[in-house]
Design a protein around this ligand. Structure first.
Ligand code: EPZ
Length: 430
C-alpha cells in the first residue's frame, strides 16, 4: 500500500509554484465536449480526478490528445455514447458535469450517480431542479441519472442553497438552450467565473458570473477555443497554512491573491505576516500563532475546502479556537487521527472546539478524504518524529506532486510503497 512517510520538525522555507485549479479543470474539461470543434486547454493539473475525467471522455468517443503534462487538446465531434458509466467515473463527484454538458449539446445524457469524497450528504436536487426548469425530464434508476429534453428553454431558476456544482451544471446546459436563463442565488467561487469565461470563449453568452445572479442567453452552438485554467486557490491555501503550521516562510507563486483574501485574513488574525504581490503571496510565521474563530461559507467566505488545514494549524496555536463547518456535515473525520498526534479537539455537531497544544507527535494515521488528508500531511510536517499516512490516494485526487513540492521547501516526506522503503526512510531521517 502506498503511504507518505514524514519526519516532522522542519519549517517549510522557499518558493512553490501553484498549478491549475482542479475544480475548475473538471468542469472545463467536461464543457469542452459541448462543441464539435477542437478545444485546447492549458494549465490542467495532472491529478487523479482530472485523469479519470479525461478517461471517461475517451470512453464515450472524445479524442483526447495530451500535448504535454498540463495541456490537453480535445475533439468531441464523434461522441458515440451519451451514457457515461466508466468504472472509475463513479468515484468522482464531477461526473455530474457530463449531465449539463451532454444535455445542452445533445438534449440527452445518462451518467452514473456521482461519488466523491465522503464529507457529508452530497445532494444533487438543485441540479435536477435546474435541468427540469429548462424543460428536461430527469430520472434516477439503476444507479444512473438521466436527463432528456425535446427542447431546452431558458428559465428563471432560484437555487435553495448556494451550490458550485449546480450553478456550473445549469449554466452549461443553459448556454445551449433557447432563450434567456436567469440563475439566482448562484455560487460565486472563482472556478464558477472561470467556467463562464471558458464557455464565453467558445461563443456562449453568460453575464454576471461571480455575482449572485447569472444571466445566460442561449446560443445555437459553441466553437473552438484555447483557454488556460486559473491557479488553484485551495492548493495555494494549503501551502500557505503549511507555512504557518511549521513556523516557516513560504512564497506561493502563480496565484491570484484576490482569490486568497479570506485565507490571508485568517493567517493575519492568527499572527502571521502575509505579503501580497501581483501573482504571489508570502506567508511568514515567525512566532507561535494565536487562536481565532472561523466559519466556512460560500465564496467570498472562508472555503470549506480549507477547513481541515486551518484546524490543524489552530491545533498548534495558543488558546481556544472555534471552527464551524456550515457547508458539509461530515467534514471533521480527521479529528480522531489528529487526536492520535496529541491534538486537543472536541467536536460538537458542526463545531470543533480546539484547545491549542504546544506540539504534535508523529503517529500512523489514515487520510479520510482529500483536504483532510492534505491537512494531516501538514500536521505530520509540524510534528515531532515520524508520521505515516495511509490512503494517500485521496490526496492524489487533488494535489499534483505534493511530496516533491514539499521537499523543495525543505520537508522530509517520501511516498513509500513497501515495508523496505519505509525502513529505508526511517534509517535516512535518523
Ligand atoms: C464542489 O462540490 C467541490 N467539488 C468541492 O470540492 C467543494 O467542497 C464544494 O464545491 C464547496 O465549495 C468539485 O468542484 C468537484 P456544492 P459540490 O454543490 O459542487 C448542498 C474538494 O475537496 N447541495 O457547492 O458538490 C451540498 O450538500 C471538493 O476539492 C444541495 O443541497 O458542492 C452542500 O451542503 C470536496 N443540493 C452544499 O450544497 C444540491 O443539489 C454545497 O455543495 C447541491 C448541493
Amino acid at each position: 500500500m502506498e503511504q507518505y512517510a514524514i519526519k516532522g520538525g522542519n519549517p517549510l522555507v522557499g518558493e512553490v509554484e501553484i498549478g491549475g485549479a482542479k475544480n475548475a479543470a473538471l468542469a472545463i474539461l467536461a464543457a469542452a465536449i459541448m462543441t464539435d470543434e477542437t478545444v485546447r486547454v492549458e494549465n490542467v493539473p495532472d491529478v487523479r480526478d482530472t485523469n479519470v475525467l479525461l478517461q471517461a471522455m475517451e470512453s464515450i468517443g472524445v479524442i483526447v490528445d495530451r500535448i504535454d503534462r498540463h495541456t490537453v487538446r480535445m475533439n468531441a465531434a464523434n461522441i458515440h455514447s451519451l451514457v457515461v458509466e466508466d468504472d472509475f467515473i463513479k468515484k468522482i463527484r464531477a461526473s455530474y458535469y457530463f449531465l449539463g454538458a451532454l444535455l445542452g449539446k445533445y438534449r440527452k445524457a445518462e451518467v452514473v450517480l456521482p461519488g466523491g469524497c465522503d464529507i457529508g450528504c452530497r445532494a444533487i436536487d438543485q441540479h435536477i431542479k435546474g435541468f427540469k426548469a429548462l424543460g428536461a425530464e430527469v430520472n434516477i434508476a439503476h444507479g444512473l441519472i438521466s436527463a432528456e429534453a425535446e427542447r431546452l428553454s431558458g428559465s428563471h431558476i432560484y437555487f435553495d442553497v448556494v451550490t458550485v456544482g449546480g450553478t456550473i451544471n445549469v449554466m452549461m446546459a443553459a448556454a445551449l438552450a433557447e432563450g434567456q436563463t436567469i440563475i439566482e442565488n448562484a455560487a460565486k467561487e472563482p472556478h464558477v467565473v472561470d467556467v463562464a469565461n471558458f464557455l464565453n470563449s467558445m461563443g456562449a453568452n453568460i453575464k454576471g458570473a461571480g455575482t449572485d445572479v447569472i444571466r445566460v442567453k442561449g446560443v445555437p452552438k459553441l466553437h473552438k477555443t484555447e483557454y488556460a485554467i486559473i491557479p488553484d486557490q485551495i492548493e495555494a491555501g494549503t501551502f500557505m497554512f503549511a507555512a504557518a503550521a511549521t513556523k516557516g516562510d513560504v512564497t506561493v507563486k502563480n496565484v491570484i491573491p484576490k482569490h486568497l483574501e479570506s485565507i490571508s485574513a485568517k493567517l493575519l488574525e492568527m499572527g502571521c505576516e502575509v505579503e501580497e504581490s501581483d501573482d504571489a503571496v508570502r506567508v511568514v510565521a515567525a512566532k507561535r500563532l494565536t487562536h481565532t474563530q472561523v466559519k466556512t461559507l460560500p465564496y467570498p467566505g472562508f472555503p470549506t475546502d480549507m477547513q481541515p488545514q486551518i484546524a490543524v494549524t489552530l491545533g498548534l496555536s495558543e488558546g481556544t479556537s472555534i471552527v464551524r463547518e456550515s457547508i458539509f456535515e461530515n467534514r471533521f473525520k480527521y479529528v480522531d487521527e489528529l487526536t492520535r498526534m496529541g491534538a486537543n479537539i472536541q467536536v460538537e455537531g458542526n463545531t470543533a472546539i480546539i484547545d491549542g497544544v504546544k506540539k504534535y507527535t508523529g503517529a500512523s494515521i489514515t487520510a479520510p478524504d482529500l483536504r483532510a488528508g492534505a491537512a494531516l500531511v501538514m500536521a505530520g510536517l509540524a510534528a515531532e518524529g515520524i508520521t505515516i499516512i495511509d490512503e494517500i490516494r485521496y490526496i492524489e485526487r487533488g494535489y499534483e506532486d505534493f511530496p516533491q513540492k514539499l521537499q523543495s521547501l525543505g520537508a522530509q516526506i517520501e511516498k513509500v510503497s513497501t515495508e523496505k522503503e519505509l525502513q529505508k526512510f526511517r534509517l535516512k531521517v535518523g
